[in-house]
Structure formats: structure tokens, C-alpha cells
Design a binder for this molecule. Structure first.
Ligand code: TRP
Length: 339
């Protein structure tokens, strides 16, 4: 049987952080390393440009950063196809045909778009490309005949729109070449990891992120500032685990084998007698164990960017080949295959 196809991606708007790692990269690694799937990973630079038209340099720089982050965590170009959206013109062509099947009212109702419009102060003047990006995202997904699309909860409206386009296209052109897709949403408590401010999800723009590329000194100083339990004043006082960011990150970054030790640590803290200094030290050691290999690999890879671009070029060539096949089928189904 053919392997199921997985497609997912990120907007290149900055370096990746712990929230990306816990919420999506680890899951991608599991999918990749199971060898049960064919995986495509898209660097959505065109989508990033829909609200950064005047800032192409930021997006271009971020392509490098995100590609390095991907490779450093273990995404492997020999197993997964990593490619850049803007280099696959077939995606834009598909998008133009799909856009005839979607109404502006539908786009304006998209809750994620609504949110982004108000965050970006686009209320009075929404760039057309921005409003339309969910259609382009559907093209990204359908071009590769994806079965599964691992995304965050906020992407639900994009998944629904994609399936709406599938139904509408097949009905309109009396075909069945497009297949409905299924989303995979994060299945752990850390799908939307909180930032170091404890209030918002981790995000570069909110200054509450721990980056995969942060050095240990930076990580230490971020950990030392973490919110713990305000009532845990003396070491002997009983401490609370709930809402304590040190334990929150310990749970997020640790693995099954760490569990017994962490349980002991937690009950000691709750009983009293364990200092925040010690729990922070435990977290710093965990970060060192998990993130230092990633950072070291990243530093190593960044010495040869030519090699990184070669890898991306190979990914783009593969992606182009696949997208071309779907584009041909789409145009044939529409009857615009003249020659
Ligand atoms: N919109 C996604 C995000 O902001 C990124 C993205 C672009 C994507 N194209 C995609 C995700 C296709 C999954 C499939 O995170």
C-alpha cells in the first residue's frame, strides 16, 4: 500500500522556539522516523509575505533560521521533503483556480483571519493577498495530495476551507481527483506551550520565548526569572506545583524515564524543604540535556550554508515535480488542457 502523505509547514518569521519543538517538531520527528508516511514540510514564505510585504529581508533571513532549526532537531532531508513555497509556481496557479470557488464573505468569517486582522490593525485596509492566504494554504495541501495535516488548533478554519474547496472543485468539474484531508491536532497539554511570562502562548513577538538556538547562559537567565509559587517564601514552606512555570517546563521537556524522579521532586516541593533554586537547577539540566545537542548541531550546520541551500533546492525540485502532476490533473478536470 502507498504510504499516507503528510504535509505541514511554518511561516518563516523568526527562529523556532520551545513552543514549536514541543507543539509540533517532536511530532513531526515521530512521523518521519516511523517510516510509515511520506512527509512534506513547507517553508511558507509567500504566506509570510502576505503580512510582511515591506519586510522581505526578515522572511529571507528566517528561511535560513528555520531550515537550520529543522535540520538541527533531526528532520532529515533524505526522509522528508523540505521545500520553499515561493519556488513552486504550481502552487500559485492552483491557488488562482481555487480562489474562484471561495467567496470573500467566507474568508471574512474565518476566525483565525479575523483575529490576525485585528492583531495587525488591518481593519481598515486588508491586503487582498492576506485575506486570500487560506486559499493558498489549501493549494499547498492539495498539491501534494496530503492525507494528514498536523497543525495547531488555530488552523482548523484552514482545514475546513480546504475540504470545502475539495467538495466544490469535485462537484463543479465532475471529478474526484481531489481528496478530503484530515488534520492532526496536538494531543498533549503542551500543544500551545505557555511562554516565560506564564500568560500567553510562547511567541517571538511577545518576548517570552526560549529559542532552540539560545545558548546555556541565556537559557539559565530565562529560567532564573521564571514565576514559581509566590507563597513558597521559606525553603521549608510547602510549595505549589500548579501554575509553577518551573514544573510546567519540567513536565513539557522531560521524557517517560524521567517521570519517577520528577514525581519525587514534586512531592518534596509540595511537602516543603526544596528550594526554587534546586528545582530551577533541575530544569536547567534538563534543558541542557535536550537543547544543547540541537544547538551544537545547529552551529555546526550553519558553517556551511551552501549545503543547507543545496538541501532546500533538492526539496524544491521534488515538490515541484509532485505539484506539477496535481496541477495537470486539475487543469484537465477543468478542461483547460488545450494542447
Ligand atoms: N498557516 C500555517 C501557520 O501559520 C503555516 C502553513 C502554511 C501551513 N501553509 C501550510 C501549515 C500548509 C500546514 C499546511 O502555522
Amino acid at each position: 500500500m502507498d504510504k499516507q502523505i503528510v504535509l505541514t509547514g511554518d511561516r518563516p518569521t523568526g527562529k523556532l522556539h520551545l513552543g514549536h519543538y514541543i507543539g509540533s517538531l517532536k511530532n513531526r520527528l515521530d512521523l518521519q522516523n516511523s517510516n510509515d508516511y511520506e512527509m512534506f514540510i513547507l517553508l511558507a514564505d509567500q504566506q509570510a509575505l502576505t503580512d510582511n510585504a515591506k519586510n522581505p529581508d526578515k522572511i529571507i533571513k528566517s528561511i535560513e533560521d528555520v531550515a537550520l532549526d529543522y535540520l538541527a532537531v533531526g528532520l532529515d532531508p533524505l526522509k522528508s521533503t523540505i521545500f520553499i513555497q515561493s519556488q513552486i509556481p504550481q502552487l500559485s496557479e492552483l491557488y488562482s483556480y481555487f480562489s474562484n470557488l471561495v467567496t470573500i464573505n467566507n474568508l471574512l468569517r474565518n476566525p483565525t483571519i479575523k483575529n490576525e486582522i485585528s492583531q495587525r490593525n488591518f481593519n481598515k485596509s486588508i491586503p487582498a493577498g492576506f485575506l486570500n492566504y487560506p486559499i493558498a494554504q489549501a493549494a499547498d495541501i492539495l498539491a501534494f495530495k496530503a492525507d494528514l495535516v498536523p497543525v495547531g488548533d488555530d488552523q482548523k478554519p484552514m482545514i475546513e476551507l480546504t475540504n470545502k474547496i475539495v467538495r466544490s472543485f469535485n462537484l463543479t468539474y465532475n471529478t474526484n481527483i481531489l481528496k478530503p484531508i484530515s488534520a492532526i491536532y496536538p494531543n498533549n497539554n503542551f500543544g500551545r506551550l505557555l511562554g516565560t511570562d506564564r500568560k500567553n502562548k510562547m511567541s517571538k513577538s511577545l518576548n517570552n520565548a526560549i529559542f532552540l538556538s539560545d545558548d546555556m547562559d541565556t537559557i539559565k537567565s530565562k529560567v532564573m526569572k521564571l514565576y514559581t509559587d509566590p507563597d513558597h517564601i521559606n525553603i521549608d514552606d510547602p510549595g505549589k506545583i500548579e501554575n509553577n512555570m518551573v514544573f510546567y517546563y519540567i513536565d513539557a521537556i522531560s521524557n517517560e524515564n524521567d517521570k519517577p524522579e520528577i514525581e519525587k521532586l514534586k512531592s518534596h516541593y509540595q511537602r516543603g524543604g526544596l528550594s526554587d533554586k534546586k528545582t530551577k537547577k533541575y530544569l536547567i539540566d534538563l534543558f541542557d540535556r535536550e537543547l544543547s545537542p540541537i544547538r551544537n548541531k545547529r552551529n555546526e550546520l550553519s558553517k556551511d550554508m551552501t549545503e543547507v541551500y543545496n538541501m532546500l533546492k533538492i526539496g524544491c525540485d521534488k515538490a515541484k515535480y509532485k505539484a506539477e502532476i496535481t496541477l495537470d490533473q486539475v487543469k484537465s478536470a477543468m478542461g483547460i488542457n488545450y494542447f
